[in-house]
Design a protein around this ligand. Structure first.
Ligand code: ZN
Length: 76
């Protein structure tokens, strides 16, 4: 089984599929699992995984449960 994270990289400004080898750290928090990932471009950013509705956290980056329907508004 290959574990991949689909994470929004703030530097690429795009969703990147990152393999588990790109995982920097993993911390259990009351909100869920805080995952620190390193993108191919070198940017390091955090991602909140878990059962909770990630969309309800205003400051949180787009999580896996969240990215399908809601992209960050680009120039349009
Ligand atoms: Zn990137």
């Amino acid at each position: 089984m290959i574990v991949m994270f689909d994470a929004h990289c703030p530097r690429c400004n795009a969703i990147r599929l990152l393999p588990i080898s790109r995982l920097r750290s993993l911390v259990n928090s009351p909100l869920g699992i805080e995952v620190t990932l390193e993108c191919y471009c070198g940017a390091v950013f955090e991602l909140l995984l878990g059962q909770g509705p990630a969309a309800s956290f205003p400051g949180a980056p787009a999580g896996p449960a969240d990215v399908s329907g809601r992209m960050s508004p680009s120039h349009r």
